[in-house]
Design a protein around this ligand. Structure first.
Ligand code: PLP
Length: 384
């Protein structure tokens, strides 16, 4: 199997597995700080918090540990919406991940407001003029993602923060795909609320974080109060082992991201030129935009993506985000970028990761090119 679906999930790095295994012996409750067993578990959690903090470049007190980015988004967006006085509305970029769109939709139901969608251009970049139109003083949160999971297109966070600030709204940035892959200090500086996830950076599933200053945390209504853990914002006993793994994954990401990005950039260039050499009518969605170096969303004209994927069982890619691909719906991201249903249904997401090798790219080019050629041939026959 040539796995090229790293934006959906990444394998756990063996160095992370070792840390998870070791932390599994810390069975005590990290809140039971009256005894040494509990203190040991608490130390593991605090070390993970510090490591995640270093990766995002914020103090540990700003890190609220959660079960993943979806939960962090719900805590951040719904909490901010409920905390905003006379601000019932929420603005989201049309290409946000479903986890953000659904949190915004629940938040608007609770506040009696509306979710307003900011349009994106054909490149996938948020249309800043439209963003400025839909944000006003009734908006509590503006969500613009750091990097899109389907196209890799980067969000204009600096400009979005100017719009949000002008109206006193909080800026929410989903950095689930950006963390560990690219420069993100400007995003972290601009945004009031950020979310990230362990299983996208070679950590275990079931761990993630909401990043917010103490001041912003105080503005959130806790929707998950539990026993008051995680500064009162995410109650419930912390998953010590998963968080330990998240911490080590964050530490490795911090150390290796520059090298990973350089290598993946190179492999991506090889992949694109190889596909273009073997096939005609190859169109990159979001081509003219700044993108993550590991992500390619590509349309092969006259080749249905489901048929292409079925025709190359050795290659794992996807036709949309992982959540969506379980359902036979079009990618809302590509549709928001102005692709027709047909154009979207001929598009595939290929995402590379730390373990990707040059040999895999060479083989993938062959497999993809053969599959597309076969599907085009069959399509021509059935249409003719
Ligand atoms: N945001 C983005 C951009 C994602 O790619 C994902 C995962 O697919 C999520 C949020 C949700 O993350 P998690 O699986 O940690 O809830």
């Amino acid at each position: 199997m040539i796995y090229l679906d790293y934006n959906a999930s990444t394998p756990v790095d063996p160095r992370v597995t070792a840390a998870v295994f070791e932390a599994s012996s810390q069975f005590a409750n990290p809140s039971s700080v009256q005894h040494s067993s509990g203190q040991g578990a608490a130390e593991v959690v605090e070390e993970a918090r510090s490591r995640v903090a270093r990766l995002v470049g914020r103090p540990p007190r700003d890190i609220v540990l959660t079960s993943g980015a979806s939960e962090a988004a719900a805590i951040g967006i719904i909490g901010a919406a409920l905390g905003g006085t006379n601000r019932p509305n929420i603005v989201v970029a049309a290409t946000e991940h479903k986890a953000i769109l659904s949190a915004a939709s629940v938040a608007a139901k609770l506040t009696g407001g509306q979710v307003r969608h900011a349009r994106v251009e054909r490149s996938g970049i948020v249309d800043l003029a439209h963003l400025a139109d839909v944000v006003d003083d009734t908006v509590s949160v503006v969500a613009v993602m750091g990097a899109n999971n389907e196209t890799g297109v980067l969000g204009p966070l600096t400009a979005a923060s100017v719009v949000a600030r002008r109206h006193g709204a909080l800026l929410f940035a989903d950095i689930t795909q950006l963390a560990g892959k690219g420069e993100m200090s400007h995003v972290v500086r601009c945004a009031d609320l950020l979310v990230c996830s362990s299983h996208k950076i070679y950590g275990p599933k079931g761990a993630g974080a909401l990043v917010a200053s103490r001041h912003v945390q105080h503005a959130l209504v806790p929707i998950f109060p539990g026993g008051g853990q995680e500064f009162g914002l995410r109650g419930g006993t912390q998953n010590t082992a998963a968080l330990a793994g998240f911490g080590v994954a964050a530490q490795l990401a911090e150390k290796e991201q520059a090298n990973d990005a350089r290598r993946l950039n190179d492999l991506m260039a090889t992949l694109i030129s190889g596909l273009r050499l073997r096939l005609d009518q190859v169109e990159i969605n979001g081509y003219e935009a700044e993108r993550l170096s590991n992500t390619l969303n590509v349309r092969f004209r006259s080749a249905d993506s489901e048929a292409v994927m079925a025709s190359m069982p050795r290659v794992a890619v996807s036709s949309g985000s992982a959540c969506q691909s379980a359902m036979p719906t079009q990618s809302h991201v590509l549709i928001a970028m102005g692709l027709t249903d047909r154009e979207a249904s001929e598009s595939i997401r290929i995402s590379l990761g730390r373990p990707t090798t040059r040999e895999e790219i060479t083989d993938a080019i062959e497999e993809i090119a053969s599959a597309v050629t076969r599907v085009r041939e069959l399509t021509r026959q059935s249409e003719g």
